[in-house]
Every structure is written in C-alpha cells, then in structure tokens.
Design a protein around this ligand. Structure first.
Ligand code: NCD
Ligand code: ZN
Length: 345
C-alpha cells in the first residue's frame, strides 16, 4: 500500500483571497501548499481594470509572510463596459492570466457581472484572438430556473451557443457540479476545460440539508444529488487532462455564514490536499492525484508545472484547526466528515 507520495507542487485554479485583514489571514493557508492560484476578482468593488489588478496583486504580495513563495495569477472581472484594449494590454504585459465572467446575480459580489452577452462580445472575440482564457461561472440566474438546474440550463442555453459563436475562445467551466457539466466537457475536444472543487468531490446536497441546515456546506454552485458527486469523482480521478483542481476556497467569517441569510462559500484552503489524497485513495487513484492537482491545470493554461514538489505521507489523523482566526473574524475550515490521514510536507 502506498504510504508516501511525492508530486509536483499543486496549483489552485480558482481561489478567493479577499482583501485586507481577511487576505492576511487566509493567504498563508493557500501558500503553505500551493505554488500558484488563479485569483478571483469579486472584491467590493470588483477588480475590473488592469490598474485594479496590479494594485490587488501588490496587496497580495505584501500580505505574503516572509519566507513563503506564492505566485498569484490575476484575473479581471468582466463587465459590460470592459474595454477590450485594456484586457489585451493586461494580458500582453503578463499581468493577467484569465478573465472572469459572472452572470449578474449568480453569486457573491456578482452584481457588476454580465446581463447581456452581446455587450461583451467584442472582449470575448479579442480574447479568442490573443489566446486569453475565460473563466466562466456557469449558472443562469433567472428566477424561473430552479437553483439545482442552473448549471445544466446554462450549458444548453448560454455556454454552447456562445462557444459556437466565438470559435477559438478557451473556456474553463468553473467549479462544475453536475454530470451534465462533466459530459459537456468530455464531448468537446478543444478549448474547453473544467475545474472541480475539493468539497464537491465530498459533499452532496444531503450534507447541507439533512438533520438541520449546515451553513458551512452551502456554496455556489450548490452541491447537487449524489449521482452528480459520483460523476465529478469519476471525472477528477479519471486522468482526463481537461479536469483540474480549482478549490473555490471562499472564506466568509462565521457570523456571516451562520446567519439568517448566510453567505455562500466553503473554506477549504487549509486541508484541501489532505482531503484530495483521501478521496483519490478511496477511489484507487492516488497515482492520478498529481495530474488533477499539479499537471492538468498548467497544461490547459499553457504554463509549465511547478518545478518543486510536495510529499504526502499517510499516518495518524491529521490535526487541523476547526477554524482559523483572521483579523476580520473566525473562518470555519471545511469538515470533510471523515478523518484525514495524509500529511503534507
Ligand atoms: C464565492 C464567494 O464567496 O466569493 N462563493 C461560493 O460559494 N463559491 C463566489 C463564487 O465563486 O461563486
Ligand atoms: Zn469562486
């Protein structure tokens, strides 16, 4: 039985770091294990221009504790007034790695997102020309569509038509949560990848709702039925290079999670690699963890994998804090519901 596994240092292809005291508190949790991360731009106000992204990048680097190495891969938040030239210049200078599209109203801090896709067509066409990937939050937001169907409806009514009308645009379907998402990625050979979160490999909707409401399992897109979780597990552990890790670790202080109108987001940065090792071991796929966490993401983005490594060693239960104390307040760490045995060094 494998007791020790050395893999290239992983990257996180979808991460929320926030700002200020929260950034200060959560950044070390990611930088401890991960080499790079795609940084989500949904601050208040959002990171919209190259100038915003440069300033945010500087704040992240300033918050990084001495002696820790970490490379934030910046993104711009696409709005209906985004200037294609600003995006192209930010890409050409190496400042940004992707652009993020939130349908307006889809999730936390998405009010400035896209309502009418025609209004962002010129930006998307420019991105296709210059090879800049689009990170897509794939949910429709109309009130008549059930929250559990929003991803599947988005694929049929928005994503597929968009991909056909802008050939060559590289898209990452972020945090997929359904078998329809898995199938759509698999049915498209080119220009389409998908991230999968740690928590969606572990929880289904029962975890949120059975035996009392569990706000720390509530995130968007919301976890679906068990059959969808199993489809995500099969995709993540399959070795298919179109699927890679994006934790969507999304910290909110406990007071805003345990609330009458609780915020969406699971905070998984602290124990993600131990959780994933457990998941891949359960599925007899430990040899594919490196592909999912460390190789497939850089390959999709046209980047080299990290040159250094981490080692996962199986032993006594991993001790991790139930919550971390940030200057903004306590943030509960994701509880996978089973003991973790894989230590990261
Ligand atoms: C994210 C957040 O809190 O910023 N929440 C979440 O549930 N994932 C937003 C997002 O990625 O949808
Ligand atoms: Zn997110």
């Amino acid at each position: 039985m494998t007791q020790s596994l050395t893999i290239r240092r992983p990257d996180d292809w979808h991460l929320h770091l926030r700002d200020g005291a929260m950034l200060q508190g959560v950044l070390p949790e990611t930088a401890r294990h991960f080499g790079r991360a795609i940084i989500m731009p949904n601050l208040v106000p959002p990171v919209v221009t190259a100038t915003d992204a440069a300033a945010y990048r500087a704040r992240i680097m300033a918050a990084l504790p001495a002696g820790m190495a970490f490379v934030p891969l910046m993104t711009l938040y696409l709005t209906e007034t985004t200037d294609p030239a600003d995006v192209a210049a930010a890409h050409a200078s190496g400042l940004i790695t992707a652009v993020k599209l939130y349908p307006a109203g889809a999730t936390t801090n998405s009010a400035s997102g896209v309502r009418n896709f025609e209004n962002v067509r010129s930006v998307l066409e420019r991105m296709a020309e210059i090879g800049l990937p689009l990170c897509m939050h794939g949910e429709v937001t109309t009130a008549d569509v059930d929250i559990f169907d929003r991803e599947a409806v988005f694929i049929d009514t928005v994503l597929d038509p968009l991909r056909r009308s802008i050939p060559g645009l590289r898209i990452i379907m972020e945090h997929i949560t359904t078998s329809q998402g898995v199938d759509y990625v698999k049915s498209n050979a080119k220009d389409l990848g998908a991230t999968i979160t740690t928590h969606h490999l572990i929880i289904n909707r029962n975890h949120i709702l059975v035996g009392g409401i569990k706000p720390h399992y509530y995130c968007l897109p919301v976890a679906k039925r068990e059959e969808h979780r199993l489809a995500l597990r099969a995709a993540a552990t399959s070795g298919d290079a179109r699927f890679f890790l994006g934790t969507d670790s999304a910290p909110h202080i406990d007071a805003l999670k345990e609330h009458a109108c609780g915020c969406a987001g699971c905070f998984t940065a602290t124990n993600t690699m131990s959780c994933l090792a457990e998941v891949f071991e359960q599925d007899g796929a430990l040899d594919r963890l490196e592909g999912f966490a460390s190789l497939n993401g850089p390959a999709f983005y046209g980047l080299e994998p990290n040159t250094d490594t981490i080692t996962l060693t199986k032993g006594d239960a991993v001790l991790y804090p139930a919550r971390i104390d940030t200057g903004a307040g306590p943030v509960t760490v994701f509880d996978p519901g089973f003991p973790l045995h894989w230590h990261v060094s």
